[in-house]
Design a binder for this molecule. Structure first.
Ligand code: GLU
Length: 296
């Protein structure tokens, strides 16, 4: 029997903050509390957004918090051949198509959940005189249901909600949706535990899995950490990077956010003692759901 395999896949666009620590901790506890493996993958495809030194900072922070991964770190930048093979297959099998539209042309359709729906201009072949810029996945009208272990059922109809989406950008960079699906499959991931800001991406990832004949892992989307004004904590909202001190107090806060109830007596213990308690007492069913971001 294949055991549980979880993963944490940060983008090295900056140091980890409280929101990313919650995702790291939640995925770590969910995998390890079941005796499974927990892998670390660095989503470093989007080179223009990679911040120098961020990878070392991420690794140091995880180590400081006692979140030790199994095996070697996987870098998406080393996986380009696999992505290229999948794109060749998707195009040959009719699941993907070349798109010659400029950004502006592609955004001229009606509104969807994450911006305008692609108007379908190149769906049946590139119009005369056009050259391919990006590659898109051809979506269908069949509803895609995510049965999320925390958020419940979440459904999208990709044709109405998202549209034919980009799997390789005009700058040649493979899109997050495709790379993530291929890497989760390559690493044998059985449970994807991550922030609920990615719930609306999941139907696109399932559509790619279906096209490639890949297994769909279990999905569990954790509540996104927000500040007092309700804004998601992230680099763009000025979230302060985690500090390598008071580790247990910061973990304690994350556990509370995840609906776990560490006793107050554990507030000032060592990080390893608090992690030990967390592994013994982890319960996914106590993690609170989050408000929906589009979809149904
Ligand atoms: N790299 C993505 C991020 O940092 C997460 C990818 C994932 O967990 O699927 O937002």
């Amino acid at each position: 029997m294949v055991g549980v395999i979880g993963r944490f896949a940060p983008s090295p666009s900056g140091a980890l903050h409280m929101g990313s620590l919650v995702a790291a901790l939640g995925s770590f506890l969910q995998a390890r509390a079941q005796g499974g493996k927990w892998l670390l993958r660095i989503d470093d495809l989007d080179i223009p957004r990679v911040e120098s030194g961020a990878i070392n900072k991420i690794v140091d922070t995880l180590e400081f918090f006692g979140l030790r991964w199994d095996g070697e770190v996987l870098y998406q930048s080393g996986r380009r051949d696999d992505y290229a093979r999948a794109i060749t297959y998707l195009k040959a099998a009719g699941y993907a198509f070349d798109c010659g539209c400029t950004r502006r042309e592609a955004r001229s359709g009606r509104a969807g959940i994450e911006g305008p729906i692609y108007p379908g201009t190149c769906r049946r072949g590139l119009p005369a005189g056009r050259t391919a810029r990006s590659i898109r996945l051809r979506v269908s009208e069949a509803p895609i249901v995510v049965t999320d272990a925390i958020q419940g059922c979440y459904t999208q109809r990709l044709d109405r909600d998202i549209g034919d989406f980009v799997i390789r950008r005009a700058d040649g960079i493979v899109a997050y949706q495709l790379a993530t699906v291929l890497d989760d499959a390559y690493q044998g991931v059985t449970e994807v535990v991550r922030g609920a800001d990615l719930l609306s991406s999941t139907p696109r990832q399932i559509a790619i899995q279906q096209a490639l004949g890949l297994h769909t892992p279990l999905y569990a989307h954790l509540p996104v950490v927000v500040d007092e004004t309700g804004e998601k904590l992230g680099k763009s909202t000025g979230a302060i990077p985690l500090r390598p001190r008071n580790g247990a107090a910061q973990l304690f806060q994350c556990l509370r956010w995840l609906g776990q109830s560490p006793p107050d007596t554990l507030h000032d213990v060592s990080v390893s003692r608090l992690l030990e308690w967390s592994l013994d007492n982890w319960s996914l069913s106590r993690v609170p759901g989050a408000p929906r971001l589009g979809g149904r």
